[in-house]
Write a protein of this length. Structure first.
Length: 224
């Protein structure tokens, strides 16, 4: 027989998860942190908080962004709220050796020091349950190769904001293929196009962070 206190506890956890989802959507990072701590204190598993609140919230953000119902500053605020919560969950997930959706290693190519787009993509992937390895900016070919040698990477992402650095994406892809890595490569950035991505042998291209997550999931066979 289910006791009243168990029903109340379940209802409280559901309400807290719903509130955390809304905090991510609204971009309230301080409150997101507080709610995450409350949920952990209630004994909710970190993975359930990730899947039932953070991923759910970022999926809604992604849909609204795609439909022009949310704009970049709001998406950044949502990503910040998600990150505040995730910072509390990551040590628990790591200690429990919880399998995430996949691993993305991402960097801005050699000669390019722009990182806003890359950072948004990174946060969006984290919000959807991916482990993200941020390689930084101005990445030499060896930086991309090194991460493939030392980590199990599902998606290798490259960003470029300058037309003069776009060709460095091809140099990286050629080296990755020459060394026999089977990792999927995705590219993006303001001057990059789907045609260019196909021309240089990339496995995927995305116009924005929301589309990048959708394409990555499709490439990995994880799409709904």
């Amino acid at each position: 027989m289910i006791e009243a206190k168990d029903v109340a506890s379940h209802a409280n956890k559901a309400a807290l998860l719903s509130a955390l989802t809304q905090c991510v959507i609204d971009g309230y990072h301080k409150r997101a942190e507080e709610l995450t701590l409350e949920l952990l204190n209630e004994g909710l598993p970190a993975r359930e908080i990730l899947d039932s609140a953070l991923v759910k919230g970022m999926e809604i953000v992604g849909i609204r962004f795609r439909n022009n119902e949310m704009f970049l500053p709001e998406v950044l605020a949502s990503a910040r709220a998600m990150k505040a919560s995730l910072c509390l969950l990551e040590p628990i997930l790591s200690a429990a050796k919880v399998d995430l959706v996949g691993t993305l290693a991402i960097g801005t190519v050699k000669g390019d020091v722009h990182d806003i787009g890359k950072n948004i993509v990174s946060m969006m992937f984290q919000g959807h349950g991916f482990r993200v390895i941020d390689l930084g900016i101005n990445c030499e070919v060896e930086r991309f190769i090194e991460v493939l040698k030392t980590h199990s990477v599902d998606i290798l992402g490259m960003s470029a904001l300058l037309t003069t650095t776009m060709q460095n994406m091809k140099i990286v892809i050629d080296r990755v293929r020459a060394e026999g890595y089977s990792v999927k490569v995705m590219v993006g950035g303001a001057p990059v196009t789907a045609a260019f991505a196909q021309q240089i042998g990339a496995d995927g291209y995305a116009r924005n962070a929301v589309e990048a997550v959708e394409k990555a999931k499709a490439i990995l066979g994880l799409a709904h």
